[in-house]
Design a protein around this ligand. Structure first.
Ligand code: PGA
Length: 253
């Protein structure tokens, strides 16, 4: 059985205290599915990682992720944060290649491959994002683009490494737009990603690798999306900023 996973990507939201308050709101809600059933991850801005990791220490039920990292472990890179620093703050996961990083910061697959290496080197788990833009889907290039994103950033990994990866399929046109991929579109791409993993590695790796859906996934549509055979959970943006909605999504399995 593959792990069920829900990740809350806060993006550049919440002051330090607002972040602490949101986590308190989340963990104070009742009837949250336990970690044996759903792995729950919160990805706050860097400024909150250490404090939230500390806050969650007593509740082993939630883990913490960073939203990005630099690919070097240290050096003269003003303004950057490395995987080793993230690890030292108590996070266990790092989101890599989010479409906003690709779009606003020009991050290309080749750079993302290095970032993934740096995350693995620190024994953290990368949550690697793939997904096509609207024009790429409209021109029927969505499979080609996603395949490239897999090949160029992920497929250099060896068998023991690929087993420690989570993939998130996030069609760019669905992120923050309120337009969710249809169940058919989402399931079809997830199955495609799994088949590419199977071709490159093995059926066992493909069967065990968690693939999350992201892009306007919310409290109303999560159940339907999570019911798809190849969708193992969600990478949630906007809806993860409201405690009740986030918990409703977590409980949607
Ligand atoms: P959204 O963002 O849920 O607000 O669409 C998802 C994401 O960017 O990870």
């Amino acid at each position: 059985m593959r792990k069920k996973i829900v990740v809350g990507n806060w993006k550049m939201h919440k002051s330090f205290q607002e972040g602490i308050d949101l986590v308190n709101d989340i963990i104070s809600l009742e009837n949250i599915k336990p970690s044996e059933e759903v792995l729950k991850i919160i990805a706050p801005p860097f400024t909150n990682i250490a404090a939230i990791a500390n806050q969650l220490k007593s509740s082993s039920d939630f883990a913490v992720a960073a939203q990005n990292c630099h690919h070097e472990s240290s050096g003269a890179f003003t303004g950057e944060v490395s995987s080793s620093m993230i690890a030292s703050c108590g996070a266990n996961y790092v989101i890599i290649g989010h479409s906003e990083r690709r779009h606003y910061f020009g991050e290309k697959n080749e750079l993302l491959a290095k970032k993934i290496n740096s995350v693995l080197k620190e024994k953290l788990i990368p949550i690697y994002c793939v997904g096509e833009k609207l024009e790429e889907r409209n021109s029927d290039n969505h499979f080609k683009i996603v395949k490239q994103q897999l090949e160029q950033a992920l497929f250099h990994l060896l068998l023991p490494e690929i087993k420690n990866i989570i993939i998130a399929y996030e069609p760019v046109w669905a992120i923050g737009t309120g337009i969710t991929a249809t169940i058919t579109q989402a399931q079809e791409m997830h199955a495609y990603i799994r088949s590419e993993i199977n071709n490159k590695y093995s059926n066992k790796v493909a069967t065990e690798l968690p693939i999350l859906y992201g892009g306007s996934c919310n409290a109303s549509n999560a159940k339907e999306l999570f019911a798809c055979s190849d969708i193992d959970g969600g990478l949630i943006g906007g809806a993860s900023l409201k405690a009740e909605d986030f918990i409703t999504i977590i409980n949607s399995f």
